[in-house]
Design a protein around this ligand. Structure first.
Ligand code: TMP
Length: 212
C-alpha cells in the first residue's frame, strides 16, 4: 500500500476549486488510489454544523475572533475524525480549503493577527501540513462574477466587499511566494479542463512512480 498524501485547494470564491477537486479525485481513483474528497469548514457532521453557523447570515454578530475560533474548532474535528484516519489508512485526502484560508480570510480579510493564527495552527495540526496546496488564482472580479452566477443567495463571506477579496487574494499569493515548494499557483482563468490538467501536473511528482 502506498502512503496517502494530503492535498489542499485554495482560492477566492469562483476560482473553480470544487470542479478541480472532483477532477483530481477521478484521476487518482483511475490510477487505483483510494481518495477522500472533503472540504473546510466541514467534512464531519459536527464540523458541517459549524459551517452552517459560519456561512449563514445570523442575527448575532460573529466577531472575527469568534469566526477564527470556530474555523479552527471545525478543523480540529475534521482532522481527528476524517483526515488523519484516512491518511493512516493509506488514502489520499483532497481537501477544498484548509489553514491557508484562515490566514487569507481571517488574517488578511478580517485583520486577525498572524501570531494568533500561528498558535491555533500549532495547537491543531503542528505535525500535519498539506504535502501540496494548489492555489487556483484568478482576478477577483472574474471569480465573483462566476460565484454570483450560481444559484442561491450569497452567503456571509460571498456578501463581502470587493476590497475584502482583494486582500484575500493578495494574502494567498504572498503565502505562495513564501512557500513555493508546497503552494503552487495555478492560473484558474481558463476552461475547467485546462485548469484541472494544470492541477494534476502540479501534483504529478507526488504520485506513485512520479518524479518526486
Ligand atoms: P467555500 O465557499 O469554498 O466552500 O468556503 C466557504 C467559505 O469559508 C469561504 O468563503 C471561505 C471561508 N473560509 C474561511 O474564511 N476560513 C477558513 O479557514 C476556511 C476553511 C474557509
Amino acid at each position: 500500500m502506498s502512503a496517502g498524501r494530503f492535498i489542499t485547494l485554495e482560492g477566492v470564491e469562483g476560482a473553480g476549486k470544487s470542479t478541480v477537486a472532483r477532477a483530481l479525485q477521478a484521476e487518482l481513483m483511475r490510477r487505483g488510489l483510494a481518495v477522500l474528497l472533503t472540504r473546510e469548514p466541514g467534512g464531519t457532521p459536527v464540523a458541517e454544523s459549524l459551517r452552517e453557523l459560519l456561512l449563514r447570515h445570523g442575527t448575532e454578530v460573529l466577531t472575527p475572533t469568534a469566526e477564527t475560533l470556530l474555523m479552527f474548532a471545525a478543523r480540529a474535528l475534521h482532522l481527528e475524525n476524517a483526515i488523519r484516519p484516512a491518511l493512516a489508512a493509506g488514502r489520499w485526502v483532497i481537501c477544498d480549503r484548509f489553514t491557508d484560508a484562515s490566514y487569507a480570510y481571517q488574517g488578511a480579510g478580517r485583520g486577525i493577527r498572524a501570531a494568533l493564527l500561528d498558535q491555533l495552527a500549532e495547537a491543531v495540526h503542528a505535525d500535519l501540513w498539506p504535502a501540496r496546496t494548489l492555489l487556483l488564482d484568478l482576478p477577483v472580479e472574474t471569480g465573483l462574477a462566476r460565484a454570483n452566477s450560481r444559484a442561491g443567495a450569497p452567503d456571509r463571506f460571498e456578501s463581502e466587499q470587493r476590497q475584502f477579496f482583494d486582500r484575500v487574494r493578495a494574502a494567498y499569493l504572498a503565502r505562495a511566494a513564501l512557500e513555493p515548494q508546497r503552494i503552487r499557483v495555478i492560473d484558474a482563468r481558463g476552461p475547467a479542463a485546462q485548469v484541472a490538467a494544470a492541477a494534476l501536473a502540479a501534483i504529478a511528482d507526488l504520485l506513485p512512480g512520479g518524479s518526486g
